[in-house]
Design a protein around this ligand. Structure first.
Ligand SMILES: CC(C)(COP(=O)(O)OP(=O)(O)OC[C@H]1O[C@@H](n2cnc3c(N)ncnc32)[C@H](O)[C@@H]1OP(=O)(O)O)[C@@H](O)C(=O)NCCC(=O)NCCS
Length: 165
């Protein structure tokens, strides 16, 4: 655990894959590290990340202040599963040692900017009903709009935030 907050979270340090040389493999390894994999409700397929990196309507953001990736996010603006007016944060995670420093919130801020560029009116994210991340979404302005059960019987919440113009 860092003893001091030596992270300057800024646009200089939060980058998107499509604008950098950093490979999708590194982000795939980050999302599939044992700890983060166990916390995310969706398995991250490398192909999905590859597609997000190459499509203009999807984006991967990552935070890597000291070389290694310690935070990542994937947003989709277009998909068959989405309404025309909404974008979706499919994945967001921060390394356990660096949680609570605002990195997750900053990544979501970048996602919101991206969604606005695509003229989206709202942004949604799914989260397991029992996950601590529910409080994360609520703290950053999302609220529960729906709930459902997965085939495996897990209760999920759909969280939403309206985007101002
Ligand atoms: C959820 C996650 C991305 C949050 O990242 P983070 O960098 O720690 O979040 P931030 O520091 O930006 O926190 C933003 C706000 O959310 C709150 N928050 C974050 N995690 C929280 C938690 N577990 N419980 C309560 N509040 C929480 C913070 O207190 C902060 O609120 P504040 O500004 O009022 O103080 C991170 O905990 C994580 O990677 N979890 C595992 C993966 C996961 O669950 N992803 C989401 C799937 S939908």
């Amino acid at each position: 655990m860092p003893t001091t907050v030596d992270l300057q979270i800024s646009d200089f340090l939060v980058k998107s894959i499509s604008k950098s040389e950093r490979s999708v493999s590194e982000l795939n390894s980050f999302f599939n590290s044992n700890q983060i994999k166990s916390e995310l409700h969706w398995f991250t397929h490398r192909d999905t990340l590859e597609r997000a990196a190459s499509r203009p309507d999807r984006r991967l953001f990552y935070f890597a202040p000291h070389d290694a990736i310690i935070g990542g996010l994937m947003i989709w603006c277009e998909s068959r599963v989405l309404d025309q007016t909404e974008a979706q944060i499919r994945l967001v995670a921060v390394s356990p040692d660096y949680r609570g420093y605002g990195i997750g919130q900053y990544l979501v801020k970048k996602a919101i900017e991206f969604a606005k560029e695509h003229n989206k009116e709202s942004i949604i994210a799914d989260v397991a009903a029992e996950a601590p991340a529910v409080q994360f979404w609520e703290a950053i302005g999302f609220h529960k709009v729906d709930s459902y059960f997965t085939n495996g019987g897990r209760e999920m919440y759909q969280m939403e935030r309206h985007l101002s113009k």
